[in-house]
Design a protein around this ligand. Sequence first.
Ligand SMILES: NC(=O)N[C@@H](CC(=O)O)C(=O)O
Ligand SMILES: [Zn+2]
Ligand SMILES: [Zn+2]
Length: 342
Amino acid sequence: MTTLTLTRPDDWHIHLRDGASLPDTVRDAGRYMGRAIVMPNLVPPVTNTQLALEYYERIKSHTETGFEPLMVLYLTDNTDPEEIRKAKASGKVVACKLYPAGATTNSDSGVTNVEKIYPVLKVMQEEGILLLVHGEVTDSAIDIFDRERIFIENILSKVVADFPELKIVLEHITTKDAVDFVMSANDNVAATITAHHLLYNRNHMLAGGIRPHFYCLPILKRNTHQDALLAAAASGSKKFFLGTDSAPHTKDKKEASCGCAGSYTAHAALELYAEAFESVNALDKLEAFASHNGPDFYGLPRNTDTVTLVKDEWQVPASYPMADGTVVPIRAGETISWKVKV
Ligand SMILES: NC(=O)N[C@@H](CC(=O)O)C(=O)O
Ligand SMILES: [Zn+2]
Ligand SMILES: [Zn+2]
């Protein structure tokens, strides 16, 4: 039987939600991930250190493994630069998240104009707190398939130029434009790539029927962009690493006349990435992507133990319990060809 042993991976972008969802999300995320960057787009959002530390404790109360949440503050137009120093001193908060206001799920209190947070970015740069970015413009006149590219051209390129020492992660990239930007930017700019953006393109979502569980933001793009993401992940570049963006919404909220954005992959994260890397004959690059590049970029130690993937086909359940409902995961009712031994 084919097996693949890797340094234990981490997930550098996940939504664990809160309350009744936490037992389910933390169980899946903590199954073999060592650490996870926990997104702060709760209702209300995690806007200060106090809220982040309370959320940390709620997450920890649901895990018996060594799973370690890494906390993130949600930036608003009113974030106090002094809050960044408190965040750093906490030892638990490692990054702040820029959501352009209205860009995605629970981003209404996000930033309306990036210049409003320049004083905050300055302190983040001084303190070594990373900036994580949902990179899409929100202008309704801009086509949804162009929103990432235009964000990079109009906003991100300026932030990178104005804060050359600030470590920036462009999250869940979906375009060749993003790959090219990150590749040519300085060493303080990196990106996460989801398993679903490596495995799928917009045909999977829209051709032959509309499949709402593939609807996430930034939206799946055409196959040439998928190919560029696969090439970036398989390139061995240290600038790209694993961030699932596993983002559960219950079945009724996805299968609706106006469905929520977000795809659930935490049930089989590393397994799905293994399929993607295998599809381009790059399984030898999976360990760096999943387990080395992320901690190296964040300035954190790599995990010291290992996990083992086995080539062993299994069937994904049609749904999993999630809070008071169910979540339909990516690949529901179909098979996955790899399995992590736990
Ligand atoms: N990716 C998504 O489509 N949704 C995420 C938010 C985000 O990461 O943009 C969510 O919180 O549901
Ligand atoms: Zn996002
Ligand atoms: Zn996300």
